[in-house]
Design a protein around this ligand. Structure first.
Ligand SMILES: Cc1cc2nc3c(=O)[nH]c(=O)nc-3n(C[C@H](O)[C@H](O)[C@H](O)COP(=O)(O)O)c2cc1C
Length: 359
């Protein structure tokens, strides 16, 4: 099972950051004690709605065995009353993989966290960063930064329901509640409820007047405030997120933070992940080429088509793979236009691979 392989590899070279809950012995049905492997959050790919679905994660896993992969945010309503099998589906090779939940009803969140654990996810993350109006109306996302005790109550019930770690992804504030003291109050309160790992999107969210997209660019990044948290809460794990584009920047931030999380750059330039295991985790360099990755992905696409799916459900996530090459435009053209017009998508896919020959 790749899950176990990846986790045992993980122990070999890099000092894994330990979460209190991950070290607790687990009581199995047979009453034998098992110790859960710690999750290494040194490098992760951010949760991104409509982007980091199971197909995307499958593809990204071909590039890095070590990156922790996050799902899109799933609301508790969608999981409890919708097509839960679809939201929980993931391949064995995706591990380590975390499910991100959106919600603020502690009982519902606890029930969903249990579902995620039973489905095999390695971690559940609570979204306290999404600024969209739609989610605010339902008390989901960044607006919860204004309700630390509610977040703490949710985290406590979630963590009490499972053995896997519950983590929180948040902003450094929201408009009207953006002082460092208020950020510390948030972290301290949520930590008391049992959260040991915080992923900090290092800008505030402006809840009125900016779109979610603008909220990812306009409020300035404040890495200094995120860094201050690591000094003021030395026992907690902090993962830095927001605006990171290169592995050199990752290396730099890893001198301060326990981990880095990349969103848009990982999606638009996925080849960056091919160096993560070597450069950030100290693994031996792997022989890996873009064409090799595409060939490995081919049977997965063929299987998806055989089950009635469309090749484009998968290929839409790989358009950035050729970024920076002379053939990149043709690659994108084939996979973003031509493949939609054909009834032989794998033939177009093979043409796209052939265009990258030797890369
Ligand atoms: C298309 C898109 C969808 C996103 N969806 C989510 C989400 O579901 N949950 C979440 O916590 N953040 C979401 N985000 C925010 C990212 O996780 C991340 O915090 C943000 O993009 C900043 O990181 P970056 O500069 O590395 O992209 C989304 C971002 C993008 C671009």
């Amino acid at each position: 099972m790749l899950h176990k392989d990846a986790q045992s590899e993980q122990k070999c070279t890099t000092e894994a950051v330990l979460n209190k809950h991950e070290l607790e012995p687990l009581q199995s049905d047979s009453t034998a004690l098992k110790v859960r492997e710690p999750i290494n959050r040194r490098f992760s790919v951010a949760p991104m709605m409509d982007w980091t679905d199971a197909h995307c994660r499958y593809f990204l896993r071909l590039l890095s065995k070590r990156a922790l992969l996050y799902s899109e945010m799933v609301t508790t309503g969608a999981l409890l009353y919708g097509d839960s099998a679809r939201f929980l589906r993931h391949a064995e090779c995706e591990h380590p993989v975390a499910l991100q939940l959106g919600g603020s009803n502690a009982e519902h969140l606890a029930a969903c966290t249990k579902m995620a654990e039973q489905a095999g996810f390695d971690e559940v993350n609570l979204n306290v960063g999404c600024p969209s109006d739609r989610v605010q109306n339902n008390m989901i996302g960044a607006c919860l930064m204004g309700h630390p005790q509610l977040v703490a109550d949710c985290v406590k019930q979630m963590q009490d329901a499972v053995q896997i770690p519950v983590t929180v992804k948040h902003r450094i504030g929201i408009n009207g509640r953006d002082s460092y003291a208020q950020l510390c109050d948030f972290i301290g309160t949520v930590h008391e409820a049992g959260c040991m790992s915080f992923t900090v999107h290092a800008r505030i969210a402006i809840l009125e007047g900016l779109s979610p997209k603008e909220n990812r660019d306009i409020p300035p990044l404040r890495y200094d405030l995120a860094a201050q948290l690591t000094t003021d809460f030395p026992d907690l794990e902090f993962i830095l997120n927001g605006g990171i584009k290169t592995l050199a920047e990752c290396q730099q931030h890893l001198t301060t933070f326990d981990g880095v999380m990349l969103g848009r750059e990982a999606y638009h330039n996925p080849w960056l992940l091919s160096e993560v295991d070597h450069q950030l985790f100290g693994d031996a360099q792997r022989e890996i080429t873009r064409t090799g990755v595409l060939e490995q992905l081919r049977p997965y696409i063929a299987e998806h088509i055989a089950q009635g799916g469309k090749a484009t459900h998968i290929t839409r996530h790989i358009l950035g793979l050729a970024q920076g090459f002379p053939g990149a435009r043709r690659f994108r053209q084939l996979l973003s236009a031509d493949i939609y017009k054909t009834d032989e998508p794998l033939r177009i896919y093979d043409q796209a691979i052939a265009g990258l020959e030797g890369r």
